[in-house]
Design a protein around this ligand. Sequence first.
Ligand SMILES: Cc1ncc(COP(=O)(O)O)c(C=O)c1O
Length: 419
Amino acid sequence: MNTAAPAPEETSRIRMALRAENVPPSATAALDAQAKTLIALGVDVINLTSGEPAFPTVEPAAQAATQAIAEGFTRYTPAAGIPELRAAVAVHLNRHGTTYEPSAVVVTAGAKQALHYAFTALLNPGDEVMIPAPYWVSYPHLAALAGGTAVPVHPSPDAGLKVTPDQLRRAVTTRTRVLLLNSPANPSGVVYSRAELAALAEVAVDHDLTIISDEICDHWVFGTAAFTSVAALSEEIAARTLTIGAVSKTYAMTGWRIGWVAGPTPVARAITALQSHTASAPSSIAQKAALGALTADLTTELEHRRQALDARRLTTIKALTDTPGLEVGGIPEGAFFLLADVSATYGRTHASRTITSAADFAELLLAEANVAVVPGADFAAPHHVRISYTVPPDRLEEALTRIADFVGGLAPTAERVLG
Ligand SMILES: Cc1ncc(COP(=O)(O)O)c(C=O)c1O
């Protein structure tokens, strides 16, 4: 155990730009780090904050990377990525009905960097990005870093955490430039149907907006839900859409940092120029690894993984539904997260601490039951916590039991006792 005194707060003479001072650290990463610190200290914490499936990287990726190193494939690559990988990504995307040429694809260091380039290429200062809530925590910061302003669009309370075209139309202003779509969605796991996406995309067509469609979880769709690629909806929509994706989640390759943006050639060219002056290109070795993953026949293995996650999803939904005081938000049919509404626990107490927010709930749950979840405030879901159900089944069952026991053991409010 590390018993060293904490380092004193470092001071600096360097005056930072507002854009750096205004970016808070990610809440997801903070909770994940807190849980990992406790685990390192020997505490039996079950970490349900993770943003990645708990599977190993697919074997052909690792093999291709080893081979790339052995063959000395360790130099700069073309700024848009190696041609074979751009072609493989185009084939990979087009299985959903799009018609991308390899020249439409720019390979990036993960989907996150692809989003950063997309916002940088599209936004002038003050331009607005409509983001259906609840949303992935990084979108507003990525938009702000590029000079834009995020405009959250909130669903109605009874709408299953999905926004409607009318809600988007009401949020459009003269400054709106981009509509961000993300289905399957992080953090809620909701999957918009083809018809729903078509209706949302129509708003972009009517108001001449660009759509950025983050489709990073395209593989993780369950039950009766089906994945729809927005750019496959029509030629008109494809002409105004940038599709974002990655090998990160599907192939368990989050650490390899390979993603992409695909869209009309002039935008792909501009993004390539941005990348050439910033990152040069993603890692040559990781590009070979991604090529290995995309060109191997992994259908059976990926289907096994999908079914394994689906079983964990159903276990989680059942356990939370059976826990009085918790309510699953919307219908989580994709990704590997869901949101649990914890507002019914507000006012209840544990060891003289009263829960007044989802942040209190998450903090107490970690302190008292050793289960880490992420409070939803930064996802624009202030009364929910995000639960990532990717952990192995025995740990998941144990975590869900601990959550149920924790909620069941909360004392009622003083008023309720009196009243
Ligand atoms: C919705 C969504 N988009 C993008 C990303 C970033 O993906 P990558 O690790 O490929 O940069 C994540 C990662 O958590 C995500 O959940």
